[in-house]
Structure formats: structure tokens, C-alpha cells
Design a protein around this ligand. Structure first.
Ligand SMILES: Nc1nc2c(ncn2[C@@H]2O[C@H](COP(=O)(O)OP(=O)(O)OP(=O)(O)O)[C@@H](O)[C@H]2O)c(=O)[nH]1
Ligand SMILES: [Mg+2]
Length: 509
């Protein structure tokens, strides 16, 4: 291990921490973090432009690209940045007997994820075996095949469809000679590009560091192995406390302290969120949460419904922060409607916390509009995944309205199948507007009614009371008397309490 190597390793961790602090949106797993994760000898910069085979490890390591590049990039716009960082990837997956369809769907989803992250997918390779190989993920023979595929396509990155153990990743990189990342890294990368709120950014950075930590150890092992080799048997004590080891300790401490700081920040943000929610509860405005699998068209549907300018992208995970809008039913009742982050199968456990803020929105809602992509190859699987997660956040008892979106893309036969799957569902298209009136009608019908029935006599100069009832209660009848407006309505207990004087007036009139 030479000085240049040590310095650039230094820079990599430096960049992760600094990049995430200053520009969370630009911290990419495909680049900065992955570089930090990588054993120095397998950095693509060392291999891609030269024939790495000609050099021994140490020589190649000395060709390794050093950190300056990413600092230069910090000034360019995100679009340019993403173009510059476009990677050419090959996907790999392992599936066991009898679940080929599922494996292929999972690969398609991984391809969509990779594209969302800004990569170009060149190919995908699936291997059928009972379990992934513990040392190289794919079996030995397939690894060799993969090496040829990667070389002939000119791919620079391989993405595995599950989470790889740090040692598997290293072994694969050694064999294939390009960067290897896993599904979790891709999702983290997307999250870091899309998190917009302070809380979202903090949650994502925390998840990134959590992911980084055990892999840092893997990296440390490879470094101390090298150090041990250099020092030899006589200096075993020194070798085991070599520079690499100390550096890892230092990085680990810095990461731990950064994580502690982030956790504190996140805890501090929670009260603000809860206050906001409590406020909504106090006003007794019913809330609707739009939930569903990623890319189902939730944001598009919300746009159609409310004309809200929520970001829509043909990319998974376009939405990372809950977006709440206000809407009214045809009969004038006000409700809030919130967009949420898309669900994904096998959500990496580090990311569950990053989802919490939007999942809470779902758990606290009065109605869940569950949007399903009608054109997806496996709608039943998607519905099941979403319902599982809904159950996990304690929202199982909340009424659910299934909307098959993208109805413009399905044939009448496919509709029949979907109808059989979910007889109560509504077919809609955020693109053509089909079914949107039915969705609005169903929301109005399924919103909970306020619980208390009240009779009021409201003086004519208190028109505000009548409009409040229209907005937050349900007006059953209305008559105009000479001494005021007589209203029979359903209202929340809170509102009924506030309007007691008018109830008394009605009773004594
Ligand atoms: N053909 C068709 N495409 C649609 C329809 N609704 C949405 N889309 C497309 O589907 C893609 C995803 O839409 P979004 O609204 O971003 O999906 P989302 O569920 O909010 O996705 P995330 O926020 O990433 O979870 C976009 O390319 C939309 O244009 C539809 O009714 N028909
Ligand atoms: Mg969205």
C-alpha cells in the first residue's frame, strides 16, 4: 500500500461524508460511494482504459484514478452530472427451481431501477441454482461466462439482483474486472438523487452510511491483508496495527459520529411533523393517502385529481417525500390527499427507516387509494406487496380503494382478468382521464362521515359557520327561517362542541 493509494482512499470516505453533507442529491452510489467501497485494486479507472491484465496488482493500483475528478464535477448541473456518470451495466440474478417468471419480473424491475439511477442496461443474466454461490454469487462457470459478456459488451458495471455480501462482491470484481454493485446500492443511489426535504435527505444519508459501514470493514480486511504481507511474520504486532487498520478505525469513528448526529437531527424533526399531523386531526379534515407500487402512476393520478404540480417522472421513486394537497368532494367536503413513495419488493432493511415518514402518512389516513399499474406483468404480486407493507405500518383496518391505473394500456381481455382479481376496483387512466370521475365519487363515498348529528340555528351574519359545516361536516338539510339558517348536519365531536351555542338556539326556538 503506497501513499497515493492511502490518500485516495482517504479522499473517498471524505467525499462520501462531505458530499452527503453539502449536496445530498448528487451523492451517487454508482460513483463516489462505490469507489469508497471498492478494494483499491479493482477500481474501474485502473482497468477501463488500459489492459489491466498486463500489470500486476500493485502497478494497476497505482494507475487508480484519484479523487480530484469529483470535486470538479460538483459545479456542474445535475443533468450534466448524470450524463457524465451514465454507466453501462449488465444485470445478474440467481433463482431457484420453478420461479423463473418471478425472477424475470424481478430483473425487469432491477433494470427499471438501474435506468432510474441513470445507467444504461446492456444485458441481463439469470442463473438457476438452489442458492447463490457463497463466494462468488453466480457459480464458477457462470462467472467466467459473465466475464466474457461484460468484456464483449464493454460494460463497466455489474448489478446483482440481491444484496451481496462484501466478500462476494470482492470475489466477483476480482473475477470480472469491473465494478460490482447490488440492488441495495442502486436503490440508495436513487434515493439520494431524489430526496428533497431535509428529513428525506437525512434519512437517506443515514441509510447510506449504514450500508457503507460493514463494507468498509471488508475493504479494511483487504488492506490489512496487504499490510500483513509487507510486514511479515516478525512484525506481526505492528502489521496488525498498520496504517490501513488505523485509517479504518478512524473512518469508522467518523461515520459513527456522523450517524449519531443524523439520528439526532431526525429525532428533532419528528415533533414538527407530528404537530402538523395533530393539527390536521384537530381540524377533523379527513385524509386520503395514495399508496401503491413504485411507478404505478400515483403522482400522475394525484395531478389529475387535484391539478397539483407533483413531480411525475418515468422513473421509479420519483416521489420521496410525502406531498399533501387539499381537495373537495362534489358536495363540498374538504379532505387532504397525500402522495407517497412507491413500494418496492424486498425493500432493503436499511431503507425501512427512510420510508417511515411517508408510511406514517398512510398509517394515519382515513382512506387508502391503492394505485395499481394495470399494465404490469404481475399486478397480483404488486398488490400483495403493498398490502403487506400497509399491514406493517398498522394500516390494515383503513378502508382501501383499488384503482387500476394505465387502463389505456390494457386490452378488454386483460381487464376481465383484473376485474376477477379485484371485483371492487375502478379502472382509470391518469393519461386519458378515463375513470377519474368514478375515483372522485368513490373517495367521496368512502370518506368517513363525521360522527355527531347536530341541529343548529345559525344567524344570517354567521355564514362562516355554514361554510365550515359544508367543508368539514356533512350537511343533511338546510332551511332558511326568519331568524336564521336551520342546518341539520353531521360533524366531528370537536366541531359540534364549538357550535354548541347554535345548537342551543335551535333547541329553544
Ligand atoms: N399510459 C399511461 N401511463 C401512465 C399513466 N399514469 C402514469 N403513467 C406513466 O407512468 C410513469 C410513472 O408515473 P408516476 O405518476 O411518476 O408514478 P408514481 O406511482 O408516482 O411513481 P413513484 O413516485 O416513483 O413511486 C410516468 O411515465 C407516467 O407518465 C396512465 O394512466 N397511462
Ligand atoms: Mg410519485
Amino acid at each position: 500500500m503506497n501513499d497515493a493509494e492511502r490518500n485516495s482512499a482517504d479522499d473517498a470516505v471524505e467525499r462520501v461524508l462531505r458530499g452527503a453533507e453539502t449536496k445530498a442529491g448528487l451523492t451517487r452510489f454508482g460513483s463516489d460511494v462505490a469507489e469508497a467501497l471498492m478494494a483499491p485494486e479493482t477500481t474501474p479507472g485502473a482497468d477501463s482504459d488500459t489492459d489491466g491484465e498486463q500489470y500486476d496488482r500493485e502497478a494497476r493500483a497505482s494507475l487508480r484514478r484519484v479523487g480530484g475528478l469529483s470535486t470538479e464535477l460538483e459545479d456542474v448541473t445535475e443533468v450534466e452530472y448524470r450524463q457524465l456518470r451514465l454507466e453501462n451495466v449488465v444485470l445478474i440474478g440467481v433463482y431457484s427451481q420453478g420461479s423463473q417468471d418471478e425472477a424475470e419480473n424481478s430483473m425487469r424491475e432491477l433494470a427499471a431501477l438501474a435506468e432510474t439511477a441513470g445507467a444504461r442496461v446492456l444485458d441481463g443474466v439469470l442463473q438457476r441454482r438452489p442458492h447463490p454461490d457463497p463466494s462468488t454469487y453466480l457459480g464458477r462457470g457462470k462467472v467466467e461466462e459473465l466475464r466474457h459478456i461484460v468484456a464483449s459488451l464493454g460494460a463497466d458495471t455489474v448489478v446483482a439482483d440481491t444484496e451481496l455480501a462484501p466478500s462476494q462482491r470482492r470475489a466477483l470484481e476480482d473475477a470480472i474486472k469491473v465494478k460490482v454493485i447490488d440492488r441495495t446500492a442502486v436503490i440508495l443511489d436513487i434515493f439520494s438523487q431524489h430526496a428533497k426535504s431535509r428529513e428525506g435527505k437525512a434519512q437517506v444519508e443515514l441509510a447510506q452510511l449504514e450500508y457503507l459501514l460493514p463494507r468498509l470493514r471488508g475493504w479494511g480486511e483487504s488492506m490489512s491483508r496487504q499490510a500483513g504481507g509487507q510486514v511479515g511474520g516478525a512484525g506481526a504486532g505492528m502489521g496488525s496495527r498498520g496504517p490501513g487498520e488505523t485509517k479504518i478505525e478512524l473512518d469508522r469513528r467518523r461515520i459513527h459520529s456522523r450517524m449519531a448526529k443524523l439520528r439526532k437531527q431526525i429525532t428533532a424533526m419528528k415533533p414538527a411533523r407530528e404537530a402538523k399531523r395533530a393539527n390536521r386531526k384537530r381540524n377533523a379534515v379527513p385524509s386520503v393517502a395514495i399508496a401503491g407500487y413504485t411507478n404505478a402512476g400515483k403522482s400522475s393520478l394525484l395531478n389529475r385529481i387535484t391539478g397539483a404540480g407533483v413531480l411525475v417522472e418515468n422513473a421509479l421513486f420519483a416521489t420521496l417525500d410525502a406531498t399533501v394537497r387539499r381537495n373537495t368532494t362534489a358536495d363540498g367536503r374538504v379532505y387532504t390527499i397525500a402522495d407517497t413513495v412507491g413500494f418496492v419488493r424486498n425493500l432493503p432493511h436499511q431503507l425501512v427507516e427512510a420510508f417511515r415518514s411517508t408510511l406514517e402518512e398512510v398509517g394515519d389516513s382515513d382512506l387508502i387509494v391503492h394505485v395499481v399499474d394495470a399494465a404490469h406483468p404481475d399486478p397480483a404480486g404488486q398488490i400483495a406487496t403493498v398490502r403487506d407493507v400497509i399491514g406493517e405500518v398498522g394500516a390494515r383496518d383503513i378502508p382501501e380503494l383499488i384503482v387500476f391505473n394505465k387502463a389505456d394500456l390494457v386490452t378488454p381481455e386483460e381487464r376481465l382478468v383484473l376485474r376477477g382479481l379485484e371485483p371492487g376496483a375502478i379502472f382509470a387512466s391518469a393519461r386519458t382521464g378515463e375513470g377519474i370521475p368514478e375515483v372522485l365519487e368513490a373517495i367521496a363515498r368512502m370518506l368517513p362521515d363525521p360522527a355527531v348529528e347536530i341541529d343548529l340555528l345559525v344567524p344570517y351574519d354567521r355564514g362562516d359557520v355554514v361554510s365550515t359545516l359544508h367543508e368539514t361536516g356533512r350537511v343533511l338539510s338546510i332551511e332558511y327561517d326568519e331568524d336564521g339558517t336551520r342546518v341539520r348536519a353531521l360533524a366531528s365531536p370537536e366541531l359540534a362542541g364549538q357550535l354548541e351555542e347554535f345548537a342551543a338556539a335551535a333547541a329553544s326556538a
